[in-house]
Design a protein around this ligand. Sequence first.
Ligand code: ZN
Length: 431
Amino acid sequence: MKIAQGTTLITNGQLIDGTGKAPTPDASLVIRDGRIVYAGPAAGAPALPPDTERIDARGGTILPGLVEAHFHATYFNIAALEDLDIKYPVEYVSLLSSVNTRLALECGYTAARSGGCLFNVDVWLRKAIEEDLIAGPRLATSGREICSAGGLMDWNPEFRKIGMEGLVFIINGVEDARKAVRALVKDGIEWVKTYPTGDAASPDLNDHHTLCMTFEEMNAVVATAHNHKLKVTGHCRATQGIKNALRAGYDTIEHGTFMDDEALDLLLERDVPCIPALYFEKASIERGPEFGLPQQVINGHQETLDGGAESARRILRAGGRLGMGGDYGFGWNPHGDYAKELTFFVKHVGLTPLEVITCATKTGAEIMGRGHEFGTLEPGKLADVLVVDGDVMADIALLEDRKKFIAVMQGGVIKAGQLAKPFPTVVKREK
Ligand SMILES: [Zn+2]
């Protein structure tokens, strides 16, 4: 991804640097050749060359670009679990995904960690984004997911003879687990996504208290993945599933819904980040009826929401790390609504706006393994910046409204927001 040349100065706003430090009023952010050289009070800013480009934050907020920590680029208007695998062919999924990545960037998300994708779309999306062919967040890729036979993702009855190869590896035992990870190694992905537990979406056979993989299978996934320097995460709701994942050496925990004291201790012991993805549950409860979700499923989402909110609070209060993101791409929780997660955590979980922003920036970058490159506004970091017309500390919901964005920058280049120029026409061609 190209970075900006020259010097840019952003002034006339409060600065939230993403480290968790209180905002700096009347701040300046100086960017040189795509990287931050100064972030602090305007009075202390260095002298600047005459051709410096200036951005007026209009008394608003300057903060790091947001990081979506559980992004599904390939999901699009999912209305039922079955929509995940047989709705569209890979060609159309690829096109839809590029629309989703552009939307995510326009929504202020300059980076994203995938929570699983159809086919091997993520890897090629990342390449197109990195080569500036399409707009999108800096992407940490995932691929086809892994679930044991009969588990949450194995819903097609045998008589239909419908394969799941674009969506998930259905495994039986450790040999299958290793084989699936080896295929993902060859695909070139970074994150292996697994299904240690079920979900409220499947109340009969694989609800949120059901295990969908054995500990031995999970161990085999981690050993094989780590050997090839891939990371592992998993859909973990049931208490025992969370503990199995932490004991097997998972690198992050998705959801972490029903944590008891022992699970929390295991999480904190290795400082494993958790991505609760709770707004999805709220949207499922509120909008489920209009999409025909059965009451039993909605009740399960309510239990998940209550348990997940309590666990998230406990994790953060105990000094653990939370990433913000989650499962956008369903009909009732569409792409573009990403920042509703942040508002939800302030209004319903009880985090402060500053805590939520730290989770959505610094921790997100750390989850991606790129905390040294972006996620905070500090000298030396890439200038992935969001400039908002308004006081985000007073009203976190401003981040839901992309019309309020003055600039969304990656490496100092304004890619979206009011000051953005149209996305440049592609001139580079591969021979
Ligand atoms: Zn997900």
